[in-house]
Design a protein around this ligand. Structure first.
Ligand code: 3UK
Length: 544
């Protein structure tokens, strides 16, 4: 084992074996990393050392922190963890909070101390948190007071989670900051100076749990080097934001899409972030106005809803809009451009790859396509044996780059990584110009009477009908056709379910896409199953 700063070697001991890891590519000059690297030193300390400590780093409701102020908080938290709570480098620390400044300060405090951050979605309950604590063998938790009950519930179920501290206790909440287990009073007594632990570039600093469109969650392992690699690829080559930009967004910082877009990328260029604890479409528009946001990260559904407020949006400073998490349809892209004048930057990323690996610059947008491999990454479409397919053929998306999939002690590693390539589980085609065009999750490709049908395409066709508020399409077993297309539809207000509506929707789909794709079965439901990050869980519709 080469140099490591970790005293607790749990992460190293649970890495997938080298032969099951993907091949990593470091061809760009900016991806030549030193042997020792702490991403908190790069993203935070460096700005203060180089004289940018007074620049704005974080805005939130009623608060503004400079880089020096965030560093001061993070240093105090690192002291509390190491001097008072017994943390040693390599220990895992659970962070539970909505997107707020203390959550970010804790993130940096843990990383500076050489710990490993395990951030949990604020919506998770005690049971789910205890599953995470078990898988990652978590010893410490730093949590927002608002989530106390769930975290305490998780502690009771966990054999390893012993030390909890709570922040953001408010006078109107029971157990305010003067509670015995409050974090802030400990920070007040600690020093604002801390020597950031000199970690190895290949020490794990982050465990990202997959958002669970299927089955038991998996912990993806990311090194200090991976965090800096994602900052060096997509942001400077595709996003091209500047130091005066103000980043805002909706995904939780516990989701790597949100972590990159709202924390890592602004800080990698000395820009600032505006954090919203609640970031539904209306709150996001309010936030853009209030904080003067110029760059936004959110998902396609959020753009669709916000597009109704085009007039307000045109008056904001917004200039760059990033969409990820789900496919961006041509119609959503057009809707947003009509409403705001801004061309969305689409990008596909994954928890395994840490962030975006296929995307495009605004001026190279192609409606309906995700884009091309981001500089630093390679992408291709392959068949079941891993052979590259010619342009225009649907197959499995395979990618390689400086980051890649490492599941912590999980047999599903060999499903995501094959022959050195990461298989994201997406069906794609590459067109003649090298643009990658999303089809479906591979599990959501329906084969009916010999035809390949992508569930999202049928959903997109149904969504064009005024009666459809939301829908999900799956393939269900059928004796004659192998599978048939089945649609689950949530009707908009004022529309009635019934046989007439079924026929109307079927005829409508037949009139807009190839008729063999129409849903032979339609079921009306009140809501659709989604993950904490808002992704449709089509697998949960089977058997309904
Ligand atoms: C799907 C997309 C089409 C795709 C993520 C940006 O979503 C993120 O991570 P997850 O692990 O899910 C990964 C899967 O989501 N997907 C994401 N973006 C797109 N499909 N077009 C897109 N633009 O199935 C992928 O395999 O939750 C996104 C950055 C970091 C992330 N973690």
């Amino acid at each position: 084992m080469s140099y490591t700063a970790h005293i607790d070697t749990f992460a190293f001991d649970n890495l997938p074996p080298a032969e099951l890891q993907p091949e990593y590519v470091f061809e760009l000059p900016e991806l030549q990393f030193p042997e020792r690297l702490n991403c908190a030193a790069e993203l935070l300390d460096r700005h203060v050392e180089e004289g940018r400590g007074d620049r704005l780093c974080i805005q939130a409701e009623g608060l503004r922190w400079t880089y020096a102020e965030l560093q001061d908080k993070a240093n105090r938290i690192a002291h509390v963890l190491t001097r008072q709570l017994g943390l040693v480098p390599g220990n895992r620390v659970l962070l539970c909070a909505p997107n707020n400044p203390m959550m970010v300060a804790c993130w940096f405090g843990v990383i500076k101390a050489g710990g490993i951050v395990v951030a949990a979605m604020p919506l998770l309950r005690a049971k789910e948190l205890s599953t995470i604590a078990d898988i990652a063998q978590i010893s410490h938790a730093l949590c927002d007071e608002a989530l106390r009950a769930e975290v305490e519930g998780a502690q009771q179920k966990s054999a390893t989670l012993k030390t909890l501290r709570f922040f953001n206790g408010r006078a109107d909440v029971a157990n305010a900051t003067n509670a015995a287990d409050a974090l802030e009073p400990l920070m007040a007594q600690a020093s604002g100076q801390f020597q950031t632990v000199d970690t190895a570039a290949t020490d794990t600093c982050l465990l990202g749990f997959t958002s669970g469109t299927t089955g038991v969650p998996k912990a993806t392992m990311h090194f200090h080097r991976d965090v800096m690699a994602v900052c060096a690829c997509w942001p400077p080559h595709v996003l091209r934001a500047e130091a005066d930009d103000v980043f805002i967004g909706s995904p939780p910082v516990a989701f790597t899409f949100g972590l990159g877009g709202q924390v890592l990328f602004p800080m990698s260029i000395g820009a600032s972030m505006a954090l919203l604890e609640k970031a539904g479409p209306n709150q996001l528009v309010d936030g853009m106005e209030r904080f003067g946001a110029t760059v936004v990260f959110t998902a396609p559904t959020s753009y669709r809803v916000m597009a109704q407020q085009g007039e307000r949006l045109r008056k904001t400073r917004l200039r760059k809009c990033v969409s990820a998490g789900e496919a961006l349809t041509a119609s959503t892209r057009a809707l947003w451009k009509d409403a705001t004048g801004i061309e969305i930057i689409d990008g596909i990323g994954s928890t395994e790859m840490l962030h975006i690996f296929i995307s495009h610059r605004e001026e190279e947008a192609r409606p309906g396509a995700t884009g091309k491999a981001v500089p630093g990454y390679r992408a291709k479409v392959v068949d079941d044996e891993g052979r590259e397919l010619p342009p225009g053929t649907v197959g499995k998306l395979a990618v390689q780059g400086p980051t890649g999939c490492r599941y912590l002690n999980d047999s599903r590693q060999s499903k995501y990584v094959s022959q050195g390539w990461n298989l994201t589980g997406d069906a794609y085609l590459m067109d003649a110009d090298g643009y990658f065009v999303y089809q479906a999750r591979t599990d959501d490709m329906i084969i009916s009477a010999g035809y390949n049908i992508a569930a999202p395409e049928v959903e997109e066709a149904l969504m064009q009908h005024a009666a459809v508020a939301e829908c999900a399409v799956i393939g269900v077993a059928d004796a004659e056709r192998g599978q048939i297309v089945k649609a689950f539809v949530v009707l908009s207000a004022g529309h009635a379910a019934g046989d007439a509506m079924v026929r109307e929707l079927q005829d409508f789909v037949k009139s807009t896409v190839a008729p063999y794709k129409y849903p032979r079965a339609v079921q009306f439901v009140d809501q659709l199953p989604r993950t904490a990050t808002g992704k449709l869980q089509r697998f949960r519709l089977h058997g309904q």
